[in-house]
Unconditional design. Sequence first.
Length: 472
Amino acid sequence: MSNASAITVRIKRILNGAPRIELTATFPTDEAFEAQLPIWRPGRYEVQNFAQFVYSMEGCVAGKWRPLSKTTLHRWQVPANTESVRWVFHANTFNAGSTGVGEDVLYINPVNCFLYHPGHEEWGYRVVLDDVPTDWSVATGLTPDGDAWLARDVQHIMDSPILAGPELWHANYTSNGVPFHIWIYGKHTPDAERFVREHQDFTDAQIAHFGSFPAPHFHFLYVLPELEVRHGVEHEDTTVIAQGPSAKSQTEEGHMELIGIASHELYHCWNVKRIRPAEWTPYDFSRACPSRMGYMAEGVTTYMGDLFLFESGVLDLAGWCREFEKLLNRHVNNSGRLNLSVADSSFDTWLDGYAAGIPGRKGSIYVEGAVLAFLCDVRIMQLTGSEASLQTAMRLLWEQFGEPRIGLTETDYWSVLNEVAGAPDALDDLRRDFADGTDDSWDALVAAMEWQGLKLTKTRVDGLWRTVIEPA
């Protein structure tokens, strides 16, 4: 990437009044164009309308700054011969997918707040953090270049969060020759030795099953603010995980919550960041991109994230059972799963977001997708004498679709699962009843657990169902 083909973005914090950032971009063109701000971000499959956080948008022509006019809700007209574009963005949100600043932190998700040229998504980015002191640590997957950080193109910059601060806690480890980094912003941090060891364990296990790691490095960015939050977002060579208040990380519950999210987000490096539905290949940040495959994207990852904690010894069997009980409690108490299929619920995250919505209308792609993944896993093991599993299929999907960056369809996904199970229709009933259909899966779950040597029961407590998994 040469400077001639890069957009230079300079960032500085504004801390008087509402926390904001000022971004100034120089585009490598003298022609008029429309500058686009993303309307959604990968990892959350809903329209988020980031333009609502923009205070002002100006262009500098002949040394004078003038307001830019909108052409759509998320685009601005940039006149010919514009030297720079400058805008102010709200920066007071500390979840895993947003942007926040303070006296001791700069936390940027470019997909919230960076403009791009829709006709030149191949242009790179050169990011300069104007007011970050030289003694601050900067955690990001971007490539350093003097006082700047470089991205290859729009897809890369929008997938590359930046966390900077004077006291970021840092540790690193290596798995299969790949360097992994753990960065933590917050007053309190987890048990350091155990935290790193458990990261090492589930990382080793996941790479062993996939056979290789798809990125040259990986960064876990932990944001532990003094507010209630629990959130994780995947990126190609990074993840951001937010939990608060920060003291929660020192409790056993908080520690395991972080580890659970971390294993989930690492699995996303293969599933969704590379093994990706065709509707999201490549990402189109300018419009809603609904897909019926959210249950594969998030449900399989939810199931596999916890399974690899068990496979790696981070969780024992009782611990895995307790985690799956939490999912099943949400499953049995949401009547929406019997009204709208998980495939249709996947499509409709783009309609009403991740909120519960009206009572009993839809299911959770995380919960229902994980339940379906478990049923698929057991079915494949049953038909192959445990010689293959859902993870066998996921490795095949990685090799056939993820590594070569070929968008995945529903037909592709189920065909590979059937192939691994040994028959072209091996899982067709699971797809019909529990992916495309709304049948109650309770009996299937009880039978699958029994095959695994486990007993699944449910009882009514205070008006809600409670599930229990125990050795048979």
